[in-house]
Every structure is written in structure tokens, then in C-alpha cells.
Design a protein around this ligand. Sequence first.
Ligand code: NAD
Length: 496
Amino acid sequence: MTDRLFWEKKLQNQRFISYAIVDGAPRFSAAGNTFAVVNPASGRVLAEVTACQADDIDAAVTSARAAFRSGAWRGLLPGERKAALLRLSQLILDNREELALLESASMGKPVNDALNIDIPGAAAVFAWYAESIDKLYDQVAPTASGALATITRAPVGVVAAIVPWNFPLDITAWKLGPALAAGNSVILKPSENSPFTALRLAELALDAGIPPGVLNVVPGLGTEAGAALGLHDDIDVITFTGSTAVGKAFMHYSAQSNLKQVWLECGGKSANLIFADCADLDAAAEKAAFGICFNQGEVCSANSRLLVERAIYNRFIDKLIEKLSAWAPKHPLDPDARMGAMVSEAHRQKVMGYIARAQEEGATLLAGGEAVAIDGVNCYVQPTVLGGVTEEMRIWQEEVFGPVLAVRAFDDEDEAVALANNHIYALAASVWTDDLRRAHRVSARLEAGTVSVNTVDALDVSVPFGGNKQSGFGRDLSLHAFDKFTTLKTTWFQLG
Ligand code: NAD
């Protein structure tokens, strides 16, 4: 295991790419605008990065469209695209330490999580989609014998991926894996908090033999670069992960421009239902703690609403609070850290505001509730549990995006399901029970994209991930993700 000193030294010598990569080459915004990327754990600026404007986006789209038309990527044999994406996957692993450090230093997650979970996870997703390319077949329709009708999938063309900062490289891989595998050209806009792994990925993609223009990375502000992508008339598909408010903006952008397809993975407020017939309450408490503290609670599918059957309420809350003691925040470069720094000082303040407001509205603080300073930097939040929460409180209704759990008791199954479903978000949900019939009944009734039974936040490249209601629509991961990045084409051959 590497120690903190190892990472500190590495950080001192780290290169931060500060330009866009368009058409295979560095590009600085002509306007000269930049934005600062700050390390939340030190408060220091890591780099001033070029802030792409509408004309930079235009250059990226021109390059992407030209690459698509040329057939340099989509025209390759499936096995050739597969080989290039497998090389990219391997290059991600070869550069794992650097990529982990870039993620941790810019958005505060424990570097060991980035090293052991995020970076290998992204490499695995690229490899999975690479492997899928030469195993996908198209269809022949059941027409009368005088005709042959084929239903084939074609790449859509130019895809723009707009991603958040909480899992910068992983969510990028979820978008780019299937989009590139299908033969599209992609323009990637990373979050202004965490642009570095996206930019490094563009370099690695060129090294892997993916032709220039097939992957362009355009750092910039949401209101500038993001809006310019949304409004561009020559982008075919937007694949977005981020907040619901910005997701809605992308629907407007599409309507105001060329009616590009828009796929949205937005916010969440996932419910975790603990029934009294759950045989292993220790495991449930352990996972409930994980479900709200992993990645500092900055997880769209975080299990942030906990519903506990009244008969076991006190016993379960005691166990939960005990488990949360293992999640005290630590410096992100500390190899023992399970929870690191919040993404920014502004976000820490927002999270603390939710904790204060919940208590003003009548919730009871059961654990945590304080901000924590480490090395003199006040960018950490204790795991926090708020009890006595009602449906009217903001802490129940709104996404906090921090290690803050809202808890309430329920009396029966119908009440638990109604409380879980009565919400604007429907991304994920969890159920803990050892009654087989209840497990099936409740999981069928829960209105969520993913229901985890006797675990939390089940996730794998082989299963779709995404939500309903205001959590968005469309799915990342699995072969279903190809639905977003391919268009169905019917070709009818009249034979007689
Ligand atoms: P955000 O919506 O602020 O930003 C996401 C991306 O959109 C960034 O690249 C940003 O620059 C861009 N953007 C911001 N404003 C824009 C605008 N007006 N026009 C165009 N682009 C704009 O979200 P965030 O703070 O980066 O991430 C946190 C949010 O992401 C949370 O709500 C979380 O639930 C959500 N999220 C969802 C999933 C999922 O799969 N459902 C996964 C991770 C995060």
C-alpha cells in the first residue's frame, strides 16, 4: 500500500493538462478565458484550464463530423475498433496511479478508492464494450417470402457527452464505451471541477490508435461550453449526467436547436427499506452506512432516505451509528480514508445548510452534523443522521449530495412502499427482507430504475443503470446503452 507521502510527492510533480484536445491537437480558447480547478483538500489551485467558448465547440463539432464522414473509425472492421478500445482500456490501467491522483486531487475522493475502484472500473467498462463489438448481430424481419427486410443498427453520428464531477472517469467510460464502440464521434465536456482525467483520456485514446477527431475533449463552464453543445445544430445526440435542473435545460436546448436526441441521468433520493424480518441487521446497517458515505455521499444513487420498520427502529439506528464511526472523514491522500473531502467549500456549505435547515424544520440530529477541518482546511462533513423526518421537510425531498441520511419509521409494507414512491426522483431503491414473497412483492412495486434486494446500490457493467421520473430516462451500461448511440435502419428489398 502506498502512503500519503508517496501521493504528496507525486502531486508535486504532476502535469495538469490545461487545454482542450480537438482534432487530435491541443487547443486554447481563442477568447483566452480560463477557469481555476481547486484541490478541495488544500484549497490550492491545481491549474487554470482553458474555458471553451462557442467557436471552440464549433471547431470540435466540425472535427467530429469530418471524422465520422471519413469513416476512419466507424468504417473499421469491428475487430479493429475492438482492438483499439482494448488498447485504451490497457493504457488506463497502465496509467492508473496518475489517473487516480488526478481524480482525487480535483474532487476530494479517497485516492485509494480512485485507484482500486474508479480507474479499474473505467478500464473494465471500455474493455466490456470493446468485447461486445464483434458479437452484436442485426435482425431480419418476418416478411412474406417476396421481400427481405433487414433491421440494422447504424451509429448516430456526433455524440456530445456532458458529465459531472463525482465519478469523472467512470461516468465518462459509461458514455464513451458504447458510443465509440458503435462507431460514433464524440465530444466530451467534463465538469469544471474535474477536467483532468478526461483530457488525459483524450491523449491515451490517440495513443491507442483512435483517429484524431473521433474523441474531442472540451473543458469549460456549463453555461458556456455546455450550453453551446446543447444548442449546436450539428450534434445528433446529447448524453448527459448531472443535476435535474441542468438536464431540463438540455431539453430546452434541443427544442431551440435541431431536435437532437437528449438522454438524461439526473438526480436521486434513493430509499432504503429495512423490514423487521431481515435476518442480518448488521449487514443491513453496514450497507446503509456505505450507501450514504461512499464517495462522501456525492453519489446520484446514494441511499439517502432510510425507512425502518418500527419494531426494529431503535435497535437498527444504534447499529447504524456504530457502523458510521468507521466513516469519519480523512485527508483524501491518507491510505486509510474511506471518506475524503467534499468537492468544494461551496458544496460543503450547501450540505451544512441542509443539516441546519432540517433541524429548524423539526428533524432530530441522531449522529454527526458537524463540519470538520483537516490540515486547517474546512472541507469535510461528518456522517450525519437525521431522525423524525417528515415528507414535507426539504431534507426528505431534495438531493443533498453529501453524507446526510434522513430517517423515518414505518408500520407496514404499504406505508413503506408509498413513502418510497411518493417522490420526484426514482433512480434506485433497496429492500432488506428474508421473506421471499415480500422481496418479490416490494421490489416489483418500487418505482426505481434499479432495486437492490439485501444489498444497496447494485451496479455492474452487465446491467442497465438509470432512472425514472425526474431522475431522467435512458440507460447507461449493459448492451441496452447501445440504444442511445445507434439508430435503427430498415432496408426493404422487394424480391418479386
Ligand atoms: P451539474 O448539473 O451542475 O453539472 C453537470 C454537467 O453539466 C457539468 O459538466 C456542467 O459543466 C454542465 N452544466 C452545468 N450547467 C450547465 C448549463 N446551464 N448548460 C449546459 N451544461 C451545464 O451537476 P454536478 O454538480 O456536476 O453533479 C451532481 C449532479 O449529478 C447530482 O444531481 C447527481 O445526482 C447527478 N448525477 C447523476 C448520476 C446518474 O447517473 N443519474 C450520476 C452522477 C451524478
